[in-house]
Design a protein around this ligand. Sequence first.
Ligand code: SAT
Ligand code: MN
Length: 591
Amino acid sequence: MSATMPTKNRYVLNWIDEMAKMTRPEKILWIDGTEKQADELRREACSTGELTKLNQDLLPGCYLHRTAINDVARVEGRTFICTRKKEDAGNINNWIDPKECYARLSKLYDGAMEGKTMYVIPYSMGIVGSDFAKYGIELTDSIYVVLNMLIMTRVGNDVLDALGDDPGFIKGLHAKAQLDEENRYICHFPEDNTIWSVNSGYGGNVLLGKKCFALRIASYLGRKEGWMAEHMLILGIEFPDGEIKYISAAFPSACGKTNLAMLIPPEIYRKKGFKVWTVGDDIAWLRIGRDGRLWAVNPENGFFGVAPGTNDKSNPNALATTKKNTIFTNVVENLDNETVWWEGLDKNPPKNALNWKGEKWDATDGSKGAHPNSRFTAMATNCPCLSDKFNDPAGVPITAIVFGGRRARTAPLVYQSTSWQNGTFVGSIMASETTAAAAGAVGVVRRDPMAMRPFVGYDMGDYWGHWLEMGKMIPNPPKIFHVNWFRTDDNGQFIWPGYGENMRVLMWILARCEGKVEAKETPIGYVPFVKDLELDGLDVDEKVVEGLLDVDAKLWLDDVAGIREFYAQVGNRVPAELYDELNALEKRLGK
Ligand code: SAT
Ligand code: MN
């Protein structure tokens, strides 16, 4: 490599040499984080059709991308944790022996970048130079990946400067290759700080800073180093006196994390001067602060949000965030004015349009125009409700942790765990009906502990053990809650209005943290008395809310059976404390 290299770090240079020998790109281009370079890449991507430039008056700096039609979501079946010992990856993760995996993928990477450019993206998860930042370098043959990483992470030469001569960076290699589904691999080597992804061009499979690094590799590092990487949004609620309390919340992909993170307070709170601030919408890195509380940072720099359903009622802040400098993926292209559309944006689908596959499309044929997992990649700094702590390396202190699933019946609107250990148990038994964010059937109930099932980079039982350990180490831990916005009535309609109204539940949660309200003890934990939920201005009957809070012992006993099965599947590293919790729950339910 030439003398114009932006780093002298020999670990970096040797590794890039080695990867280039295998993939054989025609050129290597270092991404420097400048607008000038990004603009050249955008221009190139538009000339090849990889991107479509949208109407620059209406959507300045915005572009559209379409993935291959067989490549529209994360592929959990093709995602592997490659630890030397299979037991360390655990039963829930797919595993391949690292030696075998490197050999198998090397064949797929062999010459995969011939005639192409290899882009070298030095990026930081967290504020560059801060104590809690971690650095990665992604090598990719995709301009789309480069441009997304420029939004989602902090990219540039200052990352290389901050890394200096250190070998401590995450080595990510991505090649689109033939986008061959059969040979698609998203592989993590936590013991080598390495991620290899091949044959995909979609979001979470290829933006290696996100799920691959900031969750799978980071969760592994967090266990070793005494911190936590979680699939959580972070939001702040500002009280009329200016005090801000922070909540982090874990929900499975496509269950409304972005909406909750950016919620607009209902009128009743707005009038009084309450505000909501977004720190993050997907990932939280949590560590113990000097004050003995748990502190959270959002390691990302942008939002990779689900487009369908985003509108000026459900999430006006997200919509505003996407009005400039945004990359849209797999949405509808309105050919009349070169803008974008998706189901749930408004009631006026464009007549002259292309669907996410690029085919001529018109809503009258009944088909969906945007893919259900279509996305926007938008800069956090475009978000009108971005917290002023977003760029604070210390992050924010967490008052409450909230777990949430998508359950039609079992889980009540909200309940509070009785201790950190019990809260860890509540997280471990989270379940949700599946969404379109991962390939596979939609609407099937599956256990998704802490919303981390696809993202823990080691054994799930050990991960729960780490939660319990952290609980012992945090002098002043957050209280842990569980919410369910998705209970349905006999007609399958959602009962709770959701969206901004969810703030009413968050306010009860904060009141509980401050010991300001009593609660009803149930076998599963503390549930609100209806009188303690602010229902003013809400078109939901108190009786209905009673129903939403109801705990049906029969359903829960069925659930206990499901949990036992799941724990058995997780295997012999499930901590004894969690079995204690499960047995105690079963007893309280009256078995
Ligand atoms: O594609 S991503 O994995 O980044 C989005 C998600 O599933 O949450
Ligand atoms: Mn997510």
